[in-house]
Ligand binder design. Structure first.
Ligand code: ZN
Length: 408
């Protein structure tokens, strides 16, 4: 029993029209019209195969395929929103893959012991409303729900009123409370599987991260009249710091990744020595010890550069996440299912955050990755072949069958 490649291909194609962008990607921000259209389509598909559809007060959609026994459900899900000019696979593949699994069971008239829930979690990307993954985060008790409802988008519309306008403001009692397991199929969003020529990523967890905001303050002055040795230039200090961090952190561990994704310079005028620069410094690794080691180096280098340049350097933690380690029995089941299907695989950690990291606080959780062409994601070029998508859904199906037998 396998998933149907053609049907999966058609449903991916169908959803690629909801928010279609110029160059073949999608812009489907949370609860905007394209997201509403995609949700409506999903519910229609769920109803076609008689799933029991419910929506909670966060707009999360659940389609339940009833089981034979009175057991907590196995949940299969992901997110339907995208970033601006995102791709056709991030998130939506996990939902359509989950749907395909249930469709196959339905077609073959197979009832499992557990109910199977296909879930679409609201606002994973966090583009329209920050922070990312806030609806699964509320379910897991990570985020304060009252704050979440009053979070505003750039136009000043609150999440609460966006929910009301969309019609997807369901009932608090429909919230997902417990489950036997959570499984999320997702594109890798990185280059590793393709480079190693592996079919499947058996995901062991999500790497921890630490994101600092670093502010370097110097002294503004005239770009023409101030001799070099009399300057306190925060940009020069910042680049010196970054250069040293690049040297030292690369030696810590080859799996350590660090990024300066945001950089601002003030006042940003060509005739003025800046008085301040501000940038983010994001460090990720699966081992807390390695992250700690990296942060110690960051501290040391900040002190060194302060001393050397006379600029004041301030830092604060913007965002941190502990490494999430997925449940062994789920990871093993994904691995066994992959092997049984004859696919090659790599056990790996996710460098990106996913709803699964919060669901893991509620129930045993695992993820399945499929390769991303050239590692590209969060862009219109994002691509995963239909064969790879199908492999992923087959692993999802096998894992569900396996867990259904094993777990209570
Ligand atoms: Zn995603």
């Amino acid at each position: 029993m396998n998933c149907e490649l053609k049907r999966l291909q058609q449903s991916i194609l169908k959803f690629s029209h909801f928010g279609k962008s110029e160059n073949g990607g999608v812009t489907r921000l949370t609860l905007t019209q394209p997201d509403v259209d995609a949700r409506t389509q999903l519910i229609q598909m769920m109803e076609e195969i008689n799933l029991r559809v419910s929506i909670d007060d966060l707009g999360n959609i659940y389609g339940t395929y009833e089981g034979k026994e009175d057991l907590p459900p196995i949940i299969l899900g992901s997110h339907g929103d995208s970033v601006e000019k995102g791709g056709n696979f991030d998130g939506i593949l996990g939902i359509l893959g989950a749907y395909e699994v249930v469709k196959v069971l339905h077609e073959n008239q197979i009832r499992l012991r557990h109910p199977i829930v296909v879930a679409d979690f609201t606002n994973e990307e966090g583009v329209r409303f920050g922070p990312a993954m806030f609806c699964s985060g509320v379910l897991a008790g990570v985020y304060e729900e009252q704050k979440i409802f009053f979070t505003k988008d750039r136009k000043g519309i609150t999440f609460q009123s966006a929910l009301e306008q969309s019609g997807f403001n369901g009932l608090v009692e429909n919230r997902l409370k417990d489950g036997t397991a959570y499984l999320e199929l997702h594109i890798e969003q990185g280059p590793v599987l393709e480079a190693l020529n592996k079919n499947i990523g058996v995901v062991e967890g999500i790497v921890g991260m630490n994101c600092l905001e670093i502010i370097v303050r110097g002294q503004s002055n005239h770009a023409g009249t101030t001799p070099m040795q009399m300057r306190k230039d925060p940009l020069m200090a910042a680049t010196h710091l970054i250069d040293r961090l690049n040297d030292f952190l690369r030696k810590v561990d080859e799996e350590l990744v660090f990024t300066i994704g945001q950089f601002d310079i003030f006042p940003n005028l060509h005739t003025v020595i800046p008085d301040q620069v501000k940038f983010t410094f994001d460090v990720r690794h699966k081992s807390e010890d390695i992250i700690k080691k990296a942060m110690t180096i960051v501290e040391q280098e900040i002190n060194n550069v302060e001393e050397k340049t006379g600029c004041a350097i301030f830092r604060r933690v913007l965002w941190e996440r502990e490494t999430v380690i997925f449940d062994n029995s789920i990871v093993d089941s994904v691995e066994t299912s992959t092997t049984a299907l004859g696919y090659s695989y790599k056990r790996m950690y996710s460098g990106a955050g996913h709803d699964a990291q919060f669901l893991a606080k509620m129930m045993p959780t695992g993820m399945i990755f499929v390769p991303s062409k050239e590692g590209k994601s969060h862009c219109e070029e994002e691509y995963t072949s239909i064969d790879s998508c199908t492999n992923g859904v087959n692993v999802l199906l096998q894992t569900v069958l396996d867990l259904d037998k094993k777990l209570n």
